[in-house]
Design a protein around this ligand. Structure first.
Ligand code: GAL
Length: 463
């Protein structure tokens, strides 16, 4: 399928754009904000590729009205953003910072005034540093602190916000931050990773329960990173390696929420969670019935057996050695990967509704004469959206697609070089310029034209 219009997805389909607090807001110490693990991590030498930090980022804190107006101009009807826990509760627990509460009221009000539905993520990786000092996600106290934060946010905003996401990509931040040490808080090894996994899995459920209790009628979801896992060969070692990778990359957090426990069948090491970190009755606390789940798929992974890789005994066959189309970060572009992961998650009995809560690509954009001609990004969206449509037509209950991301922002350990935005940002002047991909969405999402002049996705791209 290479042609589609937005109406092919149905009138109820939600079209959104997503950002996150730490990557966009800047204003790192404004108006009583506390410090997060990412403020601390970026201050450490050598952690961020281009040596940058996010103290100012793309200054969403001051420019939110302009950014929300841009999202509206492009035709989106959903705006997904996250709350900075330490802007609201500077130390993670205890005193509340009214200025932080007020900031998000302004953002929510601006969305509502523009006709954009706010989808609010409670936690997009920026744990208050004060909690990290007590052990962070390795410490059970963080679960209780998170539950209280969730309840507070639901009480503050529940009358305005109907759609919530508890966590952003639990596997993303536990693996990169607590196993590999390449993201905040920079811890590595199983003795950090396994307790972090368990406490985060508990927090996803407790956070969901707190939202539901304090914001009756809210739709409560959460997001998962996911990748189609492809065994390099059909020999048994590679097949088993792929099963282990699938357990980690795709099953680790959704299965406990569905009451299935951790996927120790494929990755027996996870039994250690039960032996060492779980307390009596934790198994009753892990399940939570989400109204919908958010899937975030960027690339598939080809995996082969590797006896030298500790624990998982598997390694990735990098996309750059496989002659496949790549993004600027060397990630494989594969609509097939998106299609397959939607099928995989739709096959869980407990999953009733799926939204693609992030999808996008970084390329080496160039701003020339007031334009960014990012045709590769347009092709990326065409391919991934075609895959979503195909999956929807085959019966997958997918009800929305949110592009990552609105403006170029701080791309974690990659710094500012990896530009994912539909809008270009000059980080010296904070000037915004809509890229061709943003204009492409504007065409795609424009009110349906009369049948004879119906706008087609790919045609708009070639304009
Ligand atoms: C996701 C993450 C986003 C964004 C994106 C692109 O994993 O949730 O914050 O950085 O990847 O790398």
């Amino acid at each position: 399928m290479d042609q589609f219009s937005s109406s092919d997805f149905g009138a109820a389909f939600k079209w959104g754009v997503a950002i996150s607090a730490f990557q966009n807001e800047g204003a790192h110490d404004a108006q009583g904000k506390g410090m997060s693990v990412w403020d601390a991590f970026t201050a450490r030498k050598g952690k961020i590729k281009d040596g940058t930090h996010a103290r100012h980022a793309c200054n969403f804190f001051e420019l939110y009205a302009e950014d929300i107006a841009l999202a509206k101009q492009m035709g989106f009807t959903v705006f997904r953003f996250s709350l900075s826990w330490c802007r609201i509760i500077p130390n993670g627990t205890g005193a509340v910072n009214q200025a932080g509460i007020d900031f998000y009221h302004r953002v929510i009000d601006a969305c509502l005034a523009a006709g954009l539905e706010p989808y609010v993520t409670l936690y997009h990786w920026d744990l208050p540093q004060a909690l990290e000092q007590k052990g962070g996600w390795c410490h059970r106290g963080t679960v209780f602190a998170f539950e209280a934060f969730a309840a507070l946010c639901a009480r503050a905003y529940g009358h305005k916000v109907k759609n919530w996401l508890v966590l952003n990509e639990p596997f993303g931040f536990t693996s990169l931050g607590y196993m590999l040490g390449v993201h905040a808080p920079g811890k590595f090894g199983l003795s950090y990773f396994l307790p972090a996994v368990h406490h985060v899995a508990l927090a996803q459920a407790e956070g969901g329960r707190a939202l539901r209790a304090e914001a009756p009628g809210a739709r409560v979801g959460t997001t998962y990173s996911c990748s189609q896992i492809i065994p390099y060969t059909t020999n048994n070692n590679d097949l088993q390696a792929a099963r282990r990778a699938d357990a980690l990359f795709n099953r680790l957090f959704i299965e406990p929420s569905l009451g299935m426990g951790y996927p120790a069948d494929a990755f027996p090491l996870l039994k250690r969670i039960e032996r060492r970190y779980a307390l009596w009755r934790d198994w009753e606390k892990l399940p939570f019935h989400f109204d919908f789940i958010g899937l975030q798929n960027y690339f598939p992974l080809v995996v082969r057996y590797n006896a030298f890789m500790p624990y998982v005994q598997a390694s990735e066959v990098k996309a750059r050695y496989r002659q496949v189309p790549l993004t600027g970060l060397g990630w494989e572009i594969s609509g097939q990967g998106m299609y397959s992961i939607l099928q995989q998650f739709a096959a869980y009995k407990g999953v009733k509704e799926i939204m693609v809560t992030e999808s996008g690509a970084a390329f080496d954009d160039v701003l020339r004469n007031g334009e960014v001609k990012d045709d590769e990004r347009i092709r990326y969206f065409q391919e991934y959206l075609s895959a979503v449509l195909l999956a929807k037509r085959s019966g997958v209950p997918v009800s929305g697609y949110f592009a990552w991301t609105l403006t170029d922002n701080f791309e974690w350990a990659e710094g500012y070089k990896a530009r994912f935005g539909l809008v270009h940002v000059d980080f010296d002047t904070q000037r915004r310029t809509m890229k061709d991909s943003g204009k492409w969405f504007r065409e795609l999402l424009a009110q349906p034209a009369p049948q004879s002049a119906k706008r087609r996705g790919p045609e708009a791209a070639s304009r």
